[in-house]
Design a protein around this ligand. Sequence first.
Ligand code: ATR
Length: 273
Amino acid sequence: PDRYVVMGNPIAHSKSPHIHTLFAQQTQQIMTYEAHWVAERGLFQAIKHFQEEGGRGLNITLPFKTDAWQLAQQRSSRAENAGAVNTLWFDSQGQWVGDNTDGVGLLRDITVNYQRTLADKSLLILGAGGAVRGVLGILLAQQLGRCVIANRTVEKAQLLADLFKNYGTVEAMRYEDLTGQKFDLIINGTSASLQGELPPLPPHLFSANGWAYDMMYGALPTAFMQWALQQGAARALDGLGMLVEQAAESFYLWRGVRPQTEPVMIQLRQEMR
Ligand code: ATR
Protein backbone atom coordinates (compact mmCIF):
# COMPACT_ATOMS: atom_id res chain seq x y z
CA PRO A 1 0.00 0.00 0.00
CA ASP A 2 1.03 3.61 -0.57
CA ARG A 3 2.06 5.33 2.67
CA TYR A 4 0.89 8.70 3.98
CA VAL A 5 1.44 10.34 7.36
CA VAL A 6 0.62 13.48 9.32
CA MET A 7 3.58 15.06 11.10
CA GLY A 8 3.15 17.32 14.12
CA ASN A 9 3.93 17.82 17.79
CA PRO A 10 1.74 17.00 19.65
CA ILE A 11 0.12 14.51 17.27
CA ALA A 12 -1.60 11.84 19.39
CA HIS A 13 -5.03 13.48 19.18
CA SER A 14 -4.93 14.20 15.45
CA LYS A 15 -8.10 13.10 13.69
CA SER A 16 -6.34 13.00 10.30
CA PRO A 17 -5.45 9.27 10.36
CA HIS A 18 -9.07 8.40 11.07
CA ILE A 19 -10.42 10.79 8.41
CA HIS A 20 -8.04 9.63 5.67
CA THR A 21 -8.59 5.96 6.53
CA LEU A 22 -12.34 6.53 6.09
CA PHE A 23 -11.70 8.33 2.77
CA ALA A 24 -9.49 5.44 1.58
CA GLN A 25 -12.14 2.83 2.44
CA GLN A 26 -14.85 4.87 0.77
CA THR A 27 -12.87 5.36 -2.47
CA GLN A 28 -11.16 1.94 -2.36
CA GLN A 29 -7.66 3.34 -2.37
CA ILE A 30 -4.93 0.95 -1.26
CA MET A 31 -3.06 3.13 1.22
CA THR A 32 -2.16 3.63 4.84
CA TYR A 33 -2.18 6.90 6.80
CA GLU A 34 -0.56 7.23 10.21
CA ALA A 35 0.29 9.90 12.78
CA HIS A 36 3.99 10.66 13.13
CA TRP A 37 5.38 12.60 16.09
CA VAL A 38 8.27 14.87 15.13
CA ALA A 39 10.77 16.43 17.55
CA GLU A 40 11.22 20.19 17.63
CA ARG A 41 13.48 21.16 14.69
CA GLY A 42 13.21 17.58 13.44
CA LEU A 43 10.97 18.16 10.44
CA PHE A 44 13.57 18.04 7.66
CA GLN A 45 15.05 14.74 8.85
CA ALA A 46 11.61 13.24 9.39
CA ILE A 47 10.41 14.09 5.88
CA LYS A 48 13.67 12.99 4.28
CA HIS A 49 13.52 9.66 6.09
CA PHE A 50 9.86 9.20 5.13
CA GLN A 51 10.70 9.91 1.47
CA GLU A 52 13.63 7.46 1.51
CA GLU A 53 11.35 4.77 2.90
CA GLY A 54 9.04 5.25 -0.07
CA GLY A 55 6.38 7.43 1.58
CA ARG A 56 4.05 9.13 -0.90
CA GLY A 57 2.67 12.21 0.78
CA LEU A 58 2.08 13.90 4.09
CA ASN A 59 0.15 16.44 6.03
CA ILE A 60 1.96 18.86 8.28
CA THR A 61 0.29 20.27 11.33
CA LEU A 62 1.22 22.51 14.26
CA PRO A 63 3.82 23.71 14.92
CA PHE A 64 5.52 22.86 11.63
CA LYS A 65 3.46 24.49 8.85
CA THR A 66 5.88 27.38 8.30
CA ASP A 67 8.90 25.06 8.52
CA ALA A 68 7.27 22.94 5.82
CA TRP A 69 6.75 26.06 3.71
CA GLN A 70 10.47 26.78 3.94
CA LEU A 71 11.47 23.22 3.16
CA ALA A 72 9.19 22.77 0.12
CA GLN A 73 11.12 23.16 -3.13
CA GLN A 74 7.97 23.98 -5.07
CA ARG A 75 4.89 25.69 -3.67
CA SER A 76 1.38 26.32 -4.95
CA SER A 77 0.07 29.88 -4.99
CA ARG A 78 -2.27 28.88 -2.15
CA ALA A 79 0.73 27.88 -0.05
CA GLU A 80 2.57 31.01 -1.09
CA ASN A 81 -0.28 33.23 0.14
CA ALA A 82 -0.75 31.27 3.31
CA GLY A 83 2.95 31.35 4.17
CA ALA A 84 2.37 27.82 5.36
CA VAL A 85 2.26 24.29 3.93
CA ASN A 86 -0.09 21.63 5.28
CA THR A 87 0.14 19.16 2.39
CA LEU A 88 3.33 17.77 0.82
CA TRP A 89 4.21 15.17 -1.77
CA PHE A 90 7.19 14.23 -3.89
CA ASP A 91 7.30 14.81 -7.63
CA SER A 92 8.90 12.40 -10.13
CA GLN A 93 12.31 14.03 -9.55
CA GLY A 94 11.90 13.64 -5.81
CA GLN A 95 11.32 17.35 -5.27
CA TRP A 96 9.17 18.35 -2.30
CA VAL A 97 5.94 20.01 -3.47
CA GLY A 98 3.93 22.00 -0.91
CA ASP A 99 0.32 23.12 -0.96
CA ASN A 100 -2.12 24.52 1.59
CA THR A 101 -5.68 23.22 1.72
CA ASP A 102 -6.90 25.03 4.85
CA GLY A 103 -8.42 27.99 3.00
CA VAL A 104 -10.33 25.91 0.48
CA GLY A 105 -11.44 23.65 3.35
CA LEU A 106 -13.02 26.58 5.17
CA LEU A 107 -14.56 27.97 1.99
CA ARG A 108 -16.12 24.62 1.00
CA ASP A 109 -17.53 24.11 4.44
CA ILE A 110 -19.26 27.49 4.39
CA THR A 111 -20.34 27.63 0.75
CA VAL A 112 -20.96 23.97 -0.17
CA ASN A 113 -21.84 22.22 3.08
CA TYR A 114 -23.79 25.13 4.56
CA GLN A 115 -24.78 26.76 1.26
CA ARG A 116 -23.91 30.26 2.41
CA THR A 117 -22.57 32.60 -0.27
CA LEU A 118 -20.04 35.23 0.70
CA ALA A 119 -20.57 37.65 -2.18
CA ASP A 120 -21.49 41.16 -0.97
CA LYS A 121 -21.43 39.99 2.66
CA SER A 122 -19.66 41.86 5.43
CA LEU A 123 -17.08 39.60 7.04
CA LEU A 124 -15.31 40.03 10.36
CA ILE A 125 -12.30 37.84 11.09
CA LEU A 126 -11.00 37.58 14.65
CA GLY A 127 -7.28 36.98 15.06
CA ALA A 128 -4.24 37.64 12.91
CA GLY A 129 -2.02 34.59 13.37
CA GLY A 130 -1.13 31.74 11.06
CA ALA A 131 -4.64 30.31 11.04
CA VAL A 132 -6.08 33.55 9.65
CA ARG A 133 -3.28 34.10 7.16
CA GLY A 134 -3.96 30.60 5.83
CA VAL A 135 -7.54 31.41 4.83
CA LEU A 136 -7.48 35.11 4.02
CA GLY A 137 -6.50 34.89 0.35
CA ILE A 138 -9.37 32.64 -0.64
CA LEU A 139 -11.91 34.60 1.42
CA LEU A 140 -10.89 37.85 -0.27
CA ALA A 141 -11.43 36.20 -3.66
CA GLN A 142 -15.19 35.85 -2.89
CA GLN A 143 -16.33 39.37 -3.89
CA LEU A 144 -16.99 40.25 -0.27
CA GLY A 145 -18.88 43.41 0.52
CA ARG A 146 -16.44 44.20 3.29
CA CYS A 147 -13.64 42.51 5.23
CA VAL A 148 -12.43 43.53 8.69
CA ILE A 149 -9.70 41.80 10.71
CA ALA A 150 -9.71 42.50 14.42
CA ASN A 151 -6.86 41.47 16.67
CA ARG A 152 -5.69 42.12 20.21
CA THR A 153 -2.34 43.17 18.73
CA VAL A 154 -3.69 45.43 16.00
CA GLU A 155 -0.29 45.71 14.30
CA LYS A 156 -0.52 42.06 13.30
CA ALA A 157 -3.93 42.65 11.71
CA GLN A 158 -2.46 45.61 9.82
CA LEU A 159 0.43 43.49 8.56
CA LEU A 160 -2.04 40.97 7.14
CA ALA A 161 -4.11 43.75 5.57
CA ASP A 162 -0.97 45.06 3.86
CA LEU A 163 0.15 41.60 2.78
CA PHE A 164 -3.17 40.88 1.04
CA LYS A 165 -3.90 44.36 -0.32
CA ASN A 166 -3.73 43.14 -3.93
CA TYR A 167 -6.54 40.66 -3.20
CA GLY A 168 -8.99 43.12 -1.70
CA THR A 169 -9.44 45.77 0.93
CA VAL A 170 -8.97 44.57 4.49
CA GLU A 171 -9.59 46.92 7.41
CA ALA A 172 -7.49 46.22 10.50
CA MET A 173 -9.14 47.08 13.82
CA ARG A 174 -8.93 46.67 17.56
CA TYR A 175 -11.76 44.82 19.28
CA GLU A 176 -13.08 48.01 20.84
CA ASP A 177 -13.22 49.69 17.41
CA LEU A 178 -15.95 47.24 16.43
CA THR A 179 -18.58 48.90 18.62
CA GLY A 180 -21.67 49.82 16.61
CA GLN A 181 -20.72 47.79 13.51
CA LYS A 182 -22.65 44.85 12.02
CA PHE A 183 -21.42 41.76 10.20
CA ASP A 184 -23.08 38.99 8.19
CA LEU A 185 -20.39 36.48 9.14
CA ILE A 186 -17.89 36.47 12.00
CA ILE A 187 -15.09 33.91 11.77
CA ASN A 188 -13.06 33.20 14.88
CA GLY A 189 -9.47 32.46 13.92
CA THR A 190 -7.96 33.19 17.32
CA SER A 191 -6.61 30.39 19.46
CA ALA A 192 -8.57 31.79 22.43
CA SER A 193 -11.12 28.96 22.22
CA LEU A 194 -8.37 26.48 23.08
CA GLN A 195 -8.31 27.97 26.60
CA GLY A 196 -12.08 28.42 26.64
CA GLU A 197 -11.50 32.17 26.27
CA LEU A 198 -13.08 34.78 24.08
CA PRO A 199 -11.67 37.95 22.51
CA PRO A 200 -13.09 41.08 24.24
CA LEU A 201 -15.88 41.68 21.73
CA PRO A 202 -18.49 44.42 22.07
CA PRO A 203 -22.15 43.29 21.85
CA HIS A 204 -24.56 43.57 18.88
CA LEU A 205 -22.07 42.67 16.13
CA PHE A 206 -24.36 40.32 14.18
CA SER A 207 -26.60 41.63 11.44
CA ALA A 208 -30.03 40.01 11.01
CA ASN A 209 -29.35 36.42 9.89
CA GLY A 210 -25.67 36.83 10.79
CA TRP A 211 -23.62 33.66 11.18
CA ALA A 212 -20.69 32.69 13.37
CA TYR A 213 -17.93 30.25 12.43
CA ASP A 214 -15.24 29.05 14.83
CA MET A 215 -12.22 27.52 13.13
CA MET A 216 -11.81 25.44 16.31
CA TYR A 217 -14.08 22.54 17.18
CA GLY A 218 -14.88 20.28 20.07
CA ALA A 219 -17.45 17.90 21.49
CA LEU A 220 -19.26 20.89 22.97
CA PRO A 221 -19.95 24.30 21.39
CA THR A 222 -16.91 26.55 21.85
CA ALA A 223 -17.00 29.68 24.02
CA PHE A 224 -17.18 31.75 20.83
CA MET A 225 -20.16 29.76 19.51
CA GLN A 226 -21.99 30.13 22.81
CA TRP A 227 -21.33 33.87 22.81
CA ALA A 228 -22.54 34.13 19.19
CA LEU A 229 -25.84 32.39 19.92
CA GLN A 230 -26.38 34.58 22.99
CA GLN A 231 -25.77 37.56 20.73
CA GLY A 232 -28.51 36.43 18.37
CA ALA A 233 -26.46 34.83 15.59
CA ALA A 234 -28.73 32.77 13.33
CA ARG A 235 -26.19 29.93 13.27
CA ALA A 236 -22.95 29.11 15.05
CA LEU A 237 -20.74 26.56 13.31
CA ASP A 238 -17.54 24.92 14.47
CA GLY A 239 -14.48 24.01 12.41
CA LEU A 240 -15.02 20.25 12.15
CA GLY A 241 -16.26 20.67 8.59
CA MET A 242 -13.19 22.70 7.69
CA LEU A 243 -11.00 19.94 9.11
CA VAL A 244 -12.70 17.28 7.01
CA GLU A 245 -12.75 19.45 3.87
CA GLN A 246 -9.07 20.36 4.06
CA ALA A 247 -8.34 16.65 4.45
CA ALA A 248 -10.47 15.84 1.40
CA GLU A 249 -8.57 18.38 -0.68
CA SER A 250 -5.23 16.86 0.40
CA PHE A 251 -6.54 13.41 -0.43
CA TYR A 252 -7.57 14.65 -3.86
CA LEU A 253 -4.13 16.18 -4.48
CA TRP A 254 -2.44 12.87 -3.66
CA ARG A 255 -4.87 10.36 -5.11
CA GLY A 256 -6.78 12.24 -7.83
CA VAL A 257 -10.05 11.07 -6.27
CA ARG A 258 -12.43 13.32 -4.37
CA PRO A 259 -13.97 11.56 -1.36
CA GLN A 260 -17.46 12.34 -0.09
CA THR A 261 -17.11 14.38 3.07
CA GLU A 262 -20.62 14.27 4.48
CA PRO A 263 -20.62 10.66 5.73
CA VAL A 264 -17.23 11.23 7.36
CA MET A 265 -18.45 14.38 9.07
CA ILE A 266 -21.54 12.59 10.37
CA GLN A 267 -19.42 9.74 11.71
CA LEU A 268 -16.90 12.04 13.43
CA ARG A 269 -19.70 14.03 15.00
CA GLN A 270 -21.24 10.85 16.41
CA GLU A 271 -17.90 9.64 17.73
CA MET A 272 -17.28 12.95 19.52
CA ARG A 273 -20.48 12.73 21.57
P1 ATR B 1 -2.39 30.39 14.98
O1 ATR B 1 -1.31 29.83 14.11
O2 ATR B 1 -3.29 29.34 15.60
O3 ATR B 1 -3.16 31.46 14.33
P2 ATR B 1 -0.88 32.32 16.46
O4 ATR B 1 -0.13 32.70 15.27
O5 ATR B 1 -0.16 32.17 17.77
O6 ATR B 1 -1.62 30.94 16.27
O7 ATR B 1 -2.09 33.35 16.62
C1 ATR B 1 -3.00 33.24 17.68
C2 ATR B 1 -4.08 34.28 17.48
O8 ATR B 1 -5.04 34.18 18.54
C3 ATR B 1 -3.57 35.71 17.54
O9 ATR B 1 -4.37 36.51 16.70
C4 ATR B 1 -3.78 36.07 19.01
O10 ATR B 1 -3.87 37.45 19.25
P3 ATR B 1 -2.51 38.34 19.39
O11 ATR B 1 -1.91 38.41 18.02
O12 ATR B 1 -2.97 39.66 19.87
O13 ATR B 1 -1.65 37.59 20.37
C5 ATR B 1 -5.09 35.40 19.27
N1 ATR B 1 -5.37 35.08 20.68
C6 ATR B 1 -4.89 34.06 21.40
N2 ATR B 1 -5.42 34.05 22.64
C7 ATR B 1 -6.28 35.09 22.69
C8 ATR B 1 -7.16 35.61 23.70
N3 ATR B 1 -7.26 35.03 24.91
N4 ATR B 1 -7.90 36.70 23.41
C9 ATR B 1 -7.82 37.28 22.18
N5 ATR B 1 -7.01 36.83 21.20
C10 ATR B 1 -6.26 35.75 21.44
